[in-house]
Design a protein around this ligand. Structure first.
Ligand code: AMP
Ligand code: FE
Ligand code: FE
Ligand code: ZN
Length: 285
């Protein structure tokens, strides 16, 4: 069984339409794919309608959250699986997060334009095409206008979190986000806990607190994690009875990683699904 539980489509900051992503997943030899667009469930219906025979779709989303640590606020991504997409608290929070993304994206473009970079807000909005605005959309505008050669290159400079054009957005706090997802029947899993943005903010103590609030798992096998990160996170997960997941975090051509680059154990998915009551996993006949 090849299970990839974290991917992005054109419904957020990927470059492949949800329906085409399902076809690509099948062609990549996956048996199960998790669709986890940022702050939206807009891709679920098209993906479900286009499922090739034998492929199971796990509907999910990735929430942008934050934790406060001494002297700074750290961004933490939280995956949510099989929650009720009509849960009013989730619906309202995703709307708020998307509004934050729009405002913040436009502000970043404004700063770049003021510095003479040849991109426009209209251009970025056209690229996002209604999806929650993310830095990759600005990156594609920078590529389109010949400022950089790739989205990767844009992230190394113009879009960098410590760069002069970076504008923060007001995300949801991590612990309440875990509770919100559990209340909507979903399974929360911390995405890339030792990723570039997260660093060491997620201490074993904090993860234990999240587990007590209903956190189901940790995404351990992810391209941002080295062997030491993975070993450490596996240890924490074992101690707290958390599920370990693995995934590609596929973003189409916005990132180099390919579908199935990291995988989740079938037993882990079984435990994860058993902890949910929002929507059932779905497979074509
Ligand atoms: P934002 O959510 O707007 O702060 O933008 C960060 C998002 O860009 C993260 O979810 C990353 O997964 C995504 N991303 C896409 N392509 C890249 C890239 N080449 N380098 C870094 N992050 C990327
Ligand atoms: Fe992304
Ligand atoms: Fe992420
Ligand atoms: Zn992601």
């Amino acid at each position: 069984m090849r299970i990839d539980l974290h991917t992005h489509s054109l419904a957020s900051d990927g470059t492949v339409a949800p329906a085409d992503l399902m076809t690509a997943a099948s062609a990549a030899g996956l048996d199960v794919i998790g669709l986890t667009d940022h702050d939206t469930t807009a891709g679920w219906a098209a993906a479900a309608a286009a499922l090739p025979t034998g492929l199971t779709l796990v509907r999910g989303a990735e929430f942008s959250t934050y934790v406060t640590v001494p002297r700074s606020i750290v961004s933490v991504h939280l995956l949510a699986y099989l929650f009720d997409p009509l849960d009013p608290v989730i619906v309202r929070e995703q709307e708020r997060l998307r509004a934050e993304r729009l405002q913040r994206g436009l502000q970043m473009v404004e700063l770049m334009m003021a510095d003479g970079l040849p991109i426009t807000q209209e251009q970025v909005l056209a690229i996002a095409a209604g999806a929650p605005v993310g830095r990759p959309h600005i990156g594609r505008a920078l590529v389109e206008s010949g400022v950089v050669a790739s989205v990767d290159e844009a992230f190394d400079g113009y879009l960098a979190g410590r760069g002069s054009y970076y504008v923060p957005k007001l995300d949801i706090e991590l612990l309440p986000a875990v509770r919100m997802i559990v209340a909507a029947g979903g399974a929360p899993v911390v995405a890339h806990p030792r990723g570039r943005g997260e660093g060491r903010a997620l201490t074993p103590e904090l993860i234990a607190e999240l587990a007590a609030a209903g956190l189901v798992g940790l995404e351990v096998d992810h391209l941002d994690h080295d062997d030491a990160d993975r070993a450490e996170l596996r240890g924490i997960a074992a101690e707290l009875g958390l599920v370990v997941t693995g995934s590609s975090d596929f973003h189409g051509t916005n990132k180099k990683v390919q579908l199935g680059a990291n995988l989740t154990d079938p037993a882990a998915l079984e435990v994860l699904v058993a902890r949910t009551s929002g929507v059932t996993p779905l497979v074509t006949a």
